[in-house]
Design a binder for this molecule. Structure first.
Ligand SMILES: [Zn+2]
Length: 228
C-alpha cells in the first residue's frame, strides 16, 4: 500500500501530501502499459499527473495547471498551484520532495543528477516562485549497503561533495552513500529541515531495485497541495 511520507498543513492553510508507492501498487514506469498505468495512478491520486521523461539531467519545469508539462524531458518539477500532482518514478534513485510556504517541488536524484546539480536548480526555481524556508523529504532509495560504486566515479563525487559520500557495502566493497550526497547538496542549497525515509530499495522487498535485481519496474513519488 502506498505510504504517506508527508501530510502537513502549511501556514497558507494548504495541506501538503507526499506519497510513495510500493510494489503492491503496481509498476509506475512511464513506458509501462498505458491503460493499467492510468488505473494505478488513479488509485494514488485521481486527477491528472505531471510525469516526466527522466534523463538524469538538471532540467526543472514549472507546472501551472493540473497535468501541465506531462511527458516533458526533465528530472524535476515545481508548482505553486493547488491540486496539481507532481510525480517522479524511481527504482534506487532518490525521490526528493521540497516544500516551501507556498510551493512544492519533486526531483529525481541519482548520482548523475547530484553531479549535474538538479537539486540546486529545483531549490532555486522553488525559491523564485514560492519564497521562504524549504523542507525536504527524501523517499526510499538505494543506500550504501547495496550500492557498490566504481572507484573513479566515486573520486569524482568525493571531489564535489566531500568524503562523507564514500562508504562501504554490507560486504565491504567501495560504495556511494547516495542519501549523504543528497543531504550535503540540500544543505548547500540552504535546506536544513531534511527528513529521510531511511529505507533501502536494495534491501527492502516492498520496493523495486534496478541495482539489486535489474528491475525495469518503478515505484512513484506523487505530491500535491490541497486547497484550504
Ligand atoms: Zn541495502
Amino acid at each position: 500500500m502506498a505510504r504517506n511520507l508527508v501530510s502537513r498543513r502549511r501556514p497558507s492553510g494548504r495541506m501538503v501530501r507526499v506519497l510513495v508507492s510500493e510494489v503492491v501498487d503496481g509498476d509506475l514506469a512511464v513506458d509501462g502499459p498505458t491503460g493499467a498505468l492510468s488505473q494505478r495512478r488513479e488509485a494514488l491520486w485521481p486527477g491528472p499527473w505531471t510525469w516526466l521523461r527522466q534523463v538524469h539531467g538538471d532540467r526543472v519545469i514549472l507546472v501551472e495547471e493540473p497535468g501541465g508539462g506531462a511527458g516533458s524531458e526533465a528530472d524535476a518539477s515545481v508548482t505553486v498551484q493547488a491540486d496539481t500532482a507532481l510525480s517522479i518514478q524511481v527504482a534506487d534513485c532518490a525521490p526528493v520532495a521540497l516544500v516551501s510556504p507556498g510551493g512544492l517541488a519533486v526531483a529525481h536524484v541519482g548520482w548523475r543528477g547530484l553531479q549535474v546539480g538538479v537539486l540546486e536548480r529545483t531549490s532555486k526555481l522553488l525559491a523564485r516562485v514560492a519564497p521562504g524556508p524549504q523542507e525536504a523529504v527524501v523517499g526510499p532509495c538505494i543506500r550504501a549497503c547495496c550500492y557498490e560504486f566504481g572507484d573513479s566515479d566515486l573520486e569524482v563525487l568525493c571531489g564535489q561533495f566531500g568524503d562523507d559520500v564514500r562508504a562501504l557495502t554490507s560486504d565491504g566493497r567501495p560504495a556511494l552513500d547516495l542519501p549523504a550526497g543528497v543531504r550535503i547538496d540540500l544543505e548547500r542549497c540552504g535546506v536544513v529541515d531534511i527528513e529521510f525515509d531511511g529505507v533501502c530499495t536494495g534491501c527492502d522487498e516492498r520496493y523495486w531495485s534496478h541495482r539489486m535485481g535489474g528491475s525495469t519496474l518503478r515505484q512513484a513519488m506523487v505530491a500535491w497541495m490541497a486547497a484550504p
